[in-house]
Design a protein around this ligand. Sequence first.
Ligand SMILES: [Zn+2]
Ligand SMILES: [Zn+2]
Length: 246
Amino acid sequence: MQSAETAYIYALCEPDHRRTVRYVGKSIDPDARYLSHIDSADKAKEAKLPKARWLKKLRSKGLSPTIEILELCNEDTWRAAEKAWIAYFRDISDKELLNVSDGGELICRRRNYIGERFGRLTVVSYSEAPGLVDCVCTCGAAISIDPGRLVSRNTSSCGCLRREVTSRRARKAHVPIQKGERFGRLTVVRRCRKRSGGHIQYEVLCDCGNTKRVAASDLRNGKVVSCKCFHKERISELMREVRRRA
Ligand SMILES: [Zn+2]
Ligand SMILES: [Zn+2]
């Protein structure tokens, strides 16, 4: 028999022979949790969640999901394990995983900030420091911050925005962008003939091979430094780090 502290990481799966995993969760009583999932399809508060919609669809066909235990954990290890399993199934599954968060948080948390974007900052995880969240900025920098400051819009970058505004003010002369000029990972290919919303645009080539159109101002002030590959890499790097740390 397992002790009272055992935390189970479980998966809800499609009830077909392939058992595709659709949802990953943690419970100290998986049987009871399974039943509450089945009921959740009817709860008004949860009905809009993708998981509830899936359960409802199954039920309309007279089906129920299957539950599989993925791992036995304890109070100290379940957060990292849940996050890792969610990331794993998001990665390998051919059907979308229906979890709305990245796992590891307590259900009583009022707002799930993970994945939310505030200005230049995207929340990637809950910090080790209580009450803080880890964010990655579009410039690639990582910061930990009180989410209240994000919600109140007091903070919308790692500090790069303020630095840019200051340096832009300092730069009096308007310097035209040259073909071949580099901005982060981007090389300017040519000036686009058409403006977009009145803004001059440039076609740029990213180091990863993607091309993209960027407003001249976004290049100058450092708001855009890649085709987005830099930001994506930074987020997955931080997610790996968080998982290793947890
Ligand atoms: Zn920044
Ligand atoms: Zn790129």
